[in-house]
Design a protein around this ligand. Structure first.
Ligand code: HSE
Length: 440
């Protein structure tokens, strides 16, 4: 593997997402070699201030204040534009295209404003302009719309496209805290964009809605001609009143197409969403997008819509696609995360969890004790017990839950219970699923 080629990545903007991209590219370097048969290496990053303290430490000589120098560097193959803003980012992007370099971006404002021009310029230059990270951070919505759901037309796409405003509304609703107070916390936690109106007045969500509308319908919508409202008028009283009516107030982006007359409407505004909708139950900094397709029906994606790791994951996903393009690989080739010799199927004794058991037993003194003793012999400990008589049949149902044990022990215990005197029917066992911290 020593003679494999190297693809060098230049990062414009070394803030939250830029640093995350560098960190994850480096941490998983052997992984890229495995799936792409190239070294995918971050080599330079541009910053405004060389001396600013940063969490991700990189060699000083890799940093520059001159983004053009990175774009022009003949040793750099691919550019990640993560500086945000419009004019400078646009110039740098076009400059990278003119050098035949593909660009990966998270810049929703730029695409919303100049997407058409930039996509055309990329096509003309024969390069990629990839923007998965621009909408909903870690949620792979761009790929889903462009690739996975390509067989569909979309009468409705709607959802929460701004994590900061969703965090504020969720805390106001759950804790009864006022808007101003939660906003202070959101600022302290670094959630709020430098230009606060982007988050609070709905413009950030509107940029993303415009991009989704383009991807779904091929129409570039002018931001100035759509409804864009933010969350600043929402009071705790509104949230409570809406909830009493069976709704949650969420800041949503809504893209509708009427296929009868082919009219498309796009808007971002606070709306009462029925509590039964997954989007209504998408809380905190999470984003959620519901896509109703003509073929698939409704698909809902929820997840982290911002933050270093989720967003840089999307940047890297685009980088991988760009590299595959450069290498002429098809998108399904070599998607192997771990070599077969590196992982193996877990043994029953390693698979741990809690269990629910229903036993039909004779209703006589000492029966419950016999069941508990049988379980104890297999080191299965009871967490809860309840018993209900089964009418006149002199039998009872015992419902048990266990403390944590493992698949091996519980299987052995089940065999013993089946043979145990007084157990009238084969016991019924269900696993108590614990999604664990990984799902939150
Ligand atoms: N300010 C944005 C949000 C960041 O809160 O969702 C991600 O685009």
């Amino acid at each position: 593997m020593n003679d494999i080629p190297t693809i060098r990545v230049g990062i414009l903007g070394f803030g939250t997402v830029g640093q995350g991209t560098w960190k994850h590219l480096q941490e998983n370097s052997s992984f890229w070699e495995k799936i792409l048969a190239v070294r995918l290496v971050p080599v330079r990053a541009s910053v405004r201030n060389l001396n600013k303290e940063r969490k991700v430490l990189i060699p000083m000589e890799s940093l520059t204040t001159d983004s053009n120098a990175i774009v022009d560097d003949p040793d750099i193959d691919v550019i990640c534009e993560l500086i945000g803003g419009i004019e400078e980012a646009k110039k740098l992007t076009l400059r990278a295209f003119s050098h035949g370099k593909s660009v990966v971006t998270a810049n929703k404002a730029l695409i919303c404003e100049h997407g058409e021009e930039l996509f055309n310029a990329a096509e003309k230059a024969g390069v990629h302009y990839a923007f998965e990270a621009s909408v909903a951070g870690g949620i792979p919505i761009i790929k889903v719309l462009r690739e996975s759901l390509v067989a569909n037309e979309f009468p409705l796409i709607y959802g929460i496209l701004n994590g900061t405003s969703n965090y504020i509304l969720t805390r106001m609703e759950n804790q009864g805290v006022g808007f101003e107070e939660v906003l202070k916390d959101a600022r302290r936690l670094g959630y709020v964009e430098a230009d606060e109106a982007l988050d609070l007045e709905g413009f950030d969500a509107a940029h993303k809605a415009v991009i989704l509308a383009y991807l779904a319908h091929g129409l570039w919508v002018d931001l100035k001609s759509i409804t864009v409202e933010g969350i600043s008028k929402i009071s705790n009283e509104d949230l409570e009143a809406a909830f009493a009516l069976g709704y949650k107030i969420k800041l949503i982006g809504v893209i509708r197409r009427n296929f009868a007359n082919n009219h498309i409407s796009v808007g971002v505004y606070p709306a009462l969403v029925p509590v039964a909708e997954i989007i209504a139950r998408t809380d905190g900094v999470y984003n959620g997008i519901s896509l109703t397709g003509s073929v698939v029906g409704t698909v809902v994606l929820t997840g982290r819509g911002a933050g270093q790791d989720p967003t840089s994951g999307s940047v890297i996903s685009d980088l991988v696609d760009v590299v595959k393009g450069i290498r002429g690989m098809n998108s399904y080739s070599k998607l192997i995360h771990v070599a077969p010799e590196e992982c193996k199927l877990a043994q029953a004794i390693e698979i741990c969890g809690c269990y629910y058991l229903r036993l039909s037993v004779v209703d006589k003194p000492g029966q419950l004790a016999k069941v508990a003793e049988c379980l104890a012999e297999h080191e299965v400990s009871l967490a809860t017990v309840s018993q209900s008589p089964k009418g006149a049949s002199a039998s009872a149902n015992i419902i048990l839950t266990t403390h944590e044990t493992n698949e091996h022990s519980i299987a052995q215990a089940m065999k013993s219970l089946e043979q145990l005197g007084g157990v009238k029917e084969p016991p019924v066992l269900f696993r108590i699923f614990d999604p664990g911290p990984a799902s939150r």
